[in-house]
Design a protein around this ligand. Sequence first.
Ligand code: FAD
Ligand code: DHB
Length: 398
Amino acid sequence: MSASSVPTRTQIAIVGGGPAGLMLGHLLSQRGIQSVILERRAADHVIERVRAGVLEQGTVDLLASAGVDERLRALGMRHDGIYVAFSSVRHRIDMAALTGGRAITIYGQNEVVRDLIQARQRTAEPLLFEVPDAAIHDLDTGHPRVTFTDDGRARDLSCDFVAGCDGFHGICRASIPADRLRTYERTYPFGWLGILANAAPTSDELVYSLHPQGFALFSMRSASVTRLYLQCAPDEDADTWSDERIWNELDARLTTEDGWHPARGPIVQKGVTGMRSFVAEPMRYGALFLAGDAAHIVPPTGAKGLNLAMADVSRLADAFDDYYRGGQSRSLESYSDRGLRRVWRAQRFSWWMTSMLHRAPEQGEFDYRRQLAELDYLVGSTAAMTSLAENYVGTPIA
Ligand code: FAD
Ligand code: DHB
């Protein structure tokens, strides 16, 4: 967008153009509510960042009702079940059968972001990339403002509300006075080394595996691209992992006694992610509303982060709509409490999946045998599988 068309006033200033900020902007636009989205990085960086891949049924339904599911319907892969592997055996959990037909869809977060950027560009509403220095002011005065530099020019944007969608390391949560926020945090003594490989998936569904050498996950992005993860040290240097070493470790941790294993192919991307559980309460301070990773982080094992971000912005868009249509601030006031219930439920599930499937350095053989017993119980009990399935496919977004 040209520098001169940046407005000086809007209804909602959205800081962060990741999945949360872009989806919020889209939902607001559909409700006739103005917004300006400010993103620190370049568009290509935001689109190419390889992250989540599992969309809950509720997220798919939300994208469909918002009219941004054309490519998702064509390219997304619906999975009715997952495999859990341990002691060299794969066990299938039929999630759809256990949840009345609910399923997950494999569709890369970068594709969701690409679709949302295209939808935004069709509206011609402001979406500014490479904004390095957004700062928020006067959140408790009734006249909030966001200052930033765009195209070398200092800008001052006044607004009714600020949506903090700038992820875990953003400026929005950090702008809240420390005595107005309570945080809960847990870090894990391991991380994930993730790769994308040009190799056809050899399993039709995801495989979560516990092995004496640690966790491994088999996932995919398309009929020709596999996505794989290995438990590693939290500060692992990905460059110390040659392709050969990665494939050998994946083979060791994933191969099952029926001979199943991932197919090898050129590795086109690799990176290490730390694991953290984090919640900030409340998700609001004055005119600022936090959404997505800015407010909470889950370890990736339960595949909940992107889905929680989508649930937040759906609730927030509805609350802004109530406010602008009928002057009702009740929904804005309950935004945080209503969201935190879902957040804590996802925290519990993600912590549980992580603890069951990873080997912590301080744990010994007793803990490993206990994990195997838990997995054995899981795959032998309809009640336990139903509990996993209900949480994994997620509850509908209100
Ligand atoms: P982000 O994606 O972090 O976006 C925030 C945006 O704000 C970024 O674009 C950033 O550049 C921008 N920003 C930051 N600071 C500023 C600033 N000062 N000014 C302007 N802009 C700023 N979730 C799932 O649901 N399913 C999965 O399968 C899954 N797998 C994952 C696998 C991995 C390896 C990882 C790392 C994460 C995974 N997640 C998964 C989590 C998911 O990717 C995140 O929860 C999701 O990206 C959150 O979206 P967000 O928009 O809240 O935050
Ligand atoms: C993927 C990521 C996850 O965190 C997960 O639990 C399952 C799949 C993925 O990137 O495909």
